[in-house]
Design a protein around this ligand. Sequence first.
Ligand code: GLU
Length: 281
Amino acid sequence: MIISRFAPSPTGFLHLGHAYSALLAFQLAKTSNGLFKLRIEDIDLIRCKKIFHNKIYYDLNWLGVKWEKDVFVQSDRIYIYKNYINFLNDRGLVYGCECSRSDINNALLALDKPFKYPNTVTYPGTCRKKKLDIWSNNIRINVDKINHHLGSPTLSFNEKGLGPNGEKGIQQFDLQWFKQTLGDIVIARRDIRTSYHLASTIDDFHQNVSLVTRGNDLFYDTPIHVLLQKLFNFKIPNFYHHKLINDQNGKKLSKSKNSESLNQLREKGMSLDEIKSLIEQ
Ligand code: GLU
């Protein structure tokens, strides 16, 4: 049985891109008699607002999407993420990092090898041996130690949708590749005690999600989630990355300053069918 999900961050009102994502995840579950779950990813307490959170339920109802009762709200679950960090810390697989962004950039410039992978710059390891307290710093994974702990595994996931460069089917990677391309990433920010990667991976497991459905801008983060799933001994779900909906100027909607919310489109008199035809083009 497919269990899919929609996991918006309430940093603004839902727009056409969200509508597409929610309707697709709902459809994928329903066509297989599966379940569709909802999760509010509001760990960023400064950018997320209650007004946006509350409107999500209204918008989804309007779209005709029906979700299961076990809605997760991540800001209520920080203590759960903390237990998982302790699990990694007890095994020596994470460390505290006091570097600021500019410290990291300077260190990378000194090494003369700023390495860019979508969304990430690899961390040069400045704090790896400092034994800093994890709870008063950012928390990073130690990829070398994890590789050793897991016995140099080859990890994989099944892409059921399409990555940004046409990736489909089984995707494999090992931790040498992970180290070179992603590095010792932050899994808990000092200010919020978690990260999107950690919270989302744990919650997909706790919500029994079997098909992680989301925009393909997150495709290149998937190895991070698969690595965390392996570390926590979670079953690795399938992934379905979907196209992004752009505005009239070809700009990604979430980044587009003047992207209209579903609310505004509704107020202009647009019907649900018109919305659906816009996103299915
Ligand atoms: N919360 C993320 C967003 O609104 C989505 C994350 C996910 O689907 O894994 O962009």
